[in-house]
Write a protein that binds this ligand. Structure first.
Ligand SMILES: Nc1nc2c(ncn2[C@@H]2O[C@H](COP(=O)(O)OP(=O)(O)OP(=O)(O)O)[C@@H](O)[C@H]2O)c(=O)[nH]1
Length: 797
């Protein structure tokens, strides 16, 4: 079917019709009406949306305008002045970046929006990940000069993984070099979507100084949109007017409308049917606005295409139409397929995950964020998927094996301003107070949820029933994936009085941030903090010192290596020592051997346990007699615990052991009661340490995949720097599509240790024009010389 008409025919048909006079304009003439309705809305008027982008694209600036136009703030916060509502942590305001995803609720028109602002920096990917888990739609912001940047690709892929429909907002249209058309080409070439251009600037001189940015053409309504930034410098007044056939902008509008209809027709059969109907008769301008809106909604919500809107948030241009588009095209919670609940296997449990559908009446909620507030204690941000969360409700934590906790208060957050509410309904986002144990990623259920197994319903209050290897056994929605930490540093309290506050601060920070880990080096007695990157740990340090006023000293930031067995080895160990006043004795053998493909398998550690013990020189099946049952299970659990803990500390530099099979055999059983159990834990740990010592262990270094966008003229210097001391291996140099202002997209892999401080190096190599993202993709073997250098640097000899 020859849908593509020539521009000339399209224009003639349009000009000969009286379409513009008869068009029904369904959007309001002015968007100045702002509502702050805080009453619960019917679910189809609710939007749970996130804002995602490369760092500095303007997420916070855009959000601040949204809040202002929604009537939530009297004046507009400014990132550069450090007075934004969304970035309220001192560390965020100081750096002008978003670190924690802040959730905020506000009204727009007759709807309620729960909006989550997410950080753009790669070190805070987990923040983006946990936001994605609960979103129904997202706005992806691009910088009109830079186009699709490295981190845009990363967050875009994350959103694709969670099946989240997206609108694209091309921001910073006022900047020198802004080029929306190139951005649209960039989107088509680099993102797995089809751009639907809904607006074009009336003047191609898209610069505020040159006038023109304040007048746009709306391809859907065929209207002119004017942002009054002269009379009203907050841009609150938006005027819409029809474009007549004699208007100089008519041709431009007709071109934009034609392109929009044609792009839709390539993916949506219903719009083709409308286009070919007698009433429309192949005239792009005659396609009713409602049919176009419906088609845009369908293709957006099926993630086949993304509406593209333009703006300059900093100049207060373009934000109200963006909010309208969020309501019009992004899905409400009712449109999202209900997630299923899964039984996660524990150490002794099944291998596969069992999936059960959610019950629609009883509560199922997902905790996507925890902030520990000095006054209120832990504030647990939840999205309710089914049922209603009432204040004072007793909740079962399905992820943590059935711990029961009681909600004491429910809040709706208006950035850092809370308002108490009686309930959180399905589809909504809110905050629960009173939960002390709940962590990010946990599933909370009604105590009488019909899917809950009896064992979880009867679990004791605040008692974890984790299995021995700490893998939670429970009923939960699929959680979020947290990559392993790759940077660490030591932290030490400045005096004995500072130890307690330090421990409390660390406990709170790890409750808030699933990508932050705290461990203790038994050999040196040091406390180690590990995280996702240099900036991540720097921000944690800042928060501890400046916000929490902790007196502590931090060691040098270092890359976290892994250790692996070089060859098979085994050790027989007997442990005999008094533990808590009782004689403890245990004996067993531990063998280790290398496993896994060094190229592909990274985080593998396999622990094999026998199904029998040796009792008084004779082999006894662990489940031989009922009264032995509990004892044997406890012995096995203690051994597993001892092995898992010891495997965190390899024998070279104390890094976690990976790609190693650990087998326990010849467990001798001496004791008669549970008091000897700790002896098995200690014995297993010591036996593993001996076996690891004898297996010619080797260090593995984290390998980072880096995506660098940089202006073409600087590619040479970036490449020679990568190939030199950074031991980089170039995987691709994308020269098929020009980035808008970015030029080339370079993908390379190199040891993470060589990338310390790369941000400032890239800035100087590219005169500030380059940007990069980095993710750890695995752990690679090192040669002897490199390994020795790391050991020397670490031990100092
Ligand atoms: N010229 C221009 N500058 C803008 C515009 N929007 C934002 N900026 C500036 O861009 C910088 C970054 O803006 P933010 O809003 O902090 O960007 P962000 O995406 O939230 O950044 P992160 O939270 O760090 O990821 C600030 O200096 C803003 O003033 C715009 O429309 N035009």
């Amino acid at each position: 079917m020859a849908l593509r008409m020539s521009w000339a025919i399209a224009h003639r048909t349009a000009a000969s019709s009286s379409l513009l006079r008869t068009l029904r304009h369904t959007l309001p003439r002015s968007s100045t009406r702002a509502y702050t309705s805080r009453r619960p809305d019917p679910l189809d008027r609710v939007r749970n949306i996130g804002i995602i982008a490369h760092i500095d694209a303007g997420k916070t600036t855009t959000t601040e305008r949204m809040l202002h136009y929604a009537g939530f703030t009297r004046s507009i916060g400014d990132v550069d002045d450090g007075d934004t509502v969304m970035d309220y942590l001192p560390a965020e305001r100081e750096r002008g970046i978003t670190i924690q995803s802040a959730a905020i609720t506000f009204g727009w028109k007759d709807s309620q929006l729960h909006l989550i602002d997410t950080p753009g920096h790669v070190d805070f990917t987990v923040e983006v990940e946990r936001a994605m888990r609960v979103l129904d739609g997202a706005v992806a912001i691009l910088d009109a000069v830079a186009g699709v940047q490295a981190q845009t690709l990363t967050v875009w892929k994350q959103a694709t993984r969670y099946g989240i429909p997206r609108i694209i907002f091309i921001n910073k249209m006022d900047r020198d070099g802004a080029n929306w058309q190139k951005c649209v080409d960039d989107i088509g070439a680099k993102l797995d979507t089809r751009p639907l251009v809904l607006q074009v600037p009336e003047s191609e001189m898209a610069r505020l100084e040159g006038r023109g940015l304040e007048r746009w053409i709306d391809a859907v309504t065929m209207e002119r949109i004017e942002f009054d930034i002269e009379q009203d410098n907050t841009g609150s007044t938006v005027r819409r007017s029809a474009i007549s056939e004699t208007d100089p902008a008519f041709e431009k509008m007709a071109d934009a409308r034609t392109l929009l209809v044609e792009t839709l027709a390539e993916i949506d059969q219903q719009i083709v049917d409308v286009f070919l109907s007698d009433a429309v008769d192949g005239d792009h301008l005659q396609v009713p606005e409602k049919d176009i809106r419906d088609a845009i909604r369908r293709v957006t919500q099926s993630s086949q295409a993304s509406p593209v809107l333009l703006g300059a948030s900093f100049r207060n241009v373009g934000v109200q139409p963006l909010l309208d588009a969020v309501l019009e095209y992004l899905p409400s919670p009712t449109n999202k397929a209900q997630p299923t609940m899964a039984v996660v296997p524990g150490q002794s449990g099944k291998k596969s995950t069992e999936v059960v559908p959610l019950d629609s009446n009883k509560l199922v909620a997902f905790a996507f964020k925890v902030i520990v507030d000095a006054q209120r204690g832990p504030m647990v941000f939840v999205r309710v998927y089914s049922g209603t969360l009432d204040s004072r409700m007793t909740l079962v934590n399905g992820t943590q094996g059935g711990i029961k906790e009681r909600a004491t208060k429910l809040l709706q957050m208006y950035a850092d301003q809370p308002e108490e509410i009686p309930a959180i309904q399905a589809g909504h986002i809110g905050v629960v107070l009173g939960l002390k144990m709940t962590k990010t990623g946990d599933t909370l259920l009604h105590a009488q949820h019909p899917s809950l197994p009896k064992s979880l319903k009867s679990a004791k209050k605040s008692r974890s029933v984790h299995s021995a290897n700490s893998a939670p056994v429970g009923w939960q929605l699929h959680g979020i994936s947290v990559p392993p930490p790759v940077f660490f540093c030591a932290v030490e309290a400045d005096s004995p009085q500072d130890e307690r506050p330090l421990a409390d601060a660390l406990a709170n920070l790890t409750l808030e941030d699933p990508s932050l880990h705290v461990s203790h080096d038994e050999e040196t007695g040091q406390t180690l903090l590990s995280g996702m990157g240099e900036l991540h740990l720097e921000v944690i340090q800042d928060r501890m010192v400046k916000d929490m006023k902790i007196n502590a000293t931090f060691g040098k930031m270092r890359v976290s290596y892994r250790e692996t067995a070089g060859q098979p080895a085994s050790a027989q160990h007997t442990y005999a020592r008094e533990i808590a006043g009782k004689a403890g004795k245990a004996a067993l053998r531990v063998s280790v051997e290398p496993i896994g493909d060094p190229e592909t398998d990274d985080n593998i550690i396999e622990i094999n346990m026998p199904d029998h013990l040796v009792v008084a020189g004779e082999t006894a099946p662990t489940h031989a007699r009922d009264d032995d049952h509990e004892l044997c299970d406890s012995v096995r659990a203690a051994i597993h615990d001892g092995i898992s803990n010891a495997a965190f500390r390899g024998s070279i530099l104390g890094f976690p052991v990976t790609r190693t099979r650990i087998t326990v055999t010849d467990i001798e059983y001496f004791g008669e009661d549970l008091s000897t159990i700790p002896a098995y834990r200690a014995c297993a740990g010591q036996a593993l340490a001996q076996a690891l010592n004898g297996c010619s262990p080797a260090l593995l270094e984290p390998i980072a995949r880096t995506t660098i966008s940089c202006p073409e003229k600087h590619v040479g210097s970036v490449l020679s720097d990568l190939n030199g001391a950074r031991r980089g291996r170039v995987i691709s140099l994308d020269d098929s599509e020009e980035g808008v202002g970015a030029g080339k997209l370079l993908v390379a892999e190199m040891p993470l240790s060589t990338m310390v401080g790369y941000s400032s190096m890239l800035r100087s190599l590219t005169a500030g024009g380059g940007s990069f993202t980095m993710e750890v993709v695995g752990f690679g073997q090192m040669n002897m010389q490199q390994q020795q250098a790391v050991i020397k640097e670490s031990r100092g000899y």
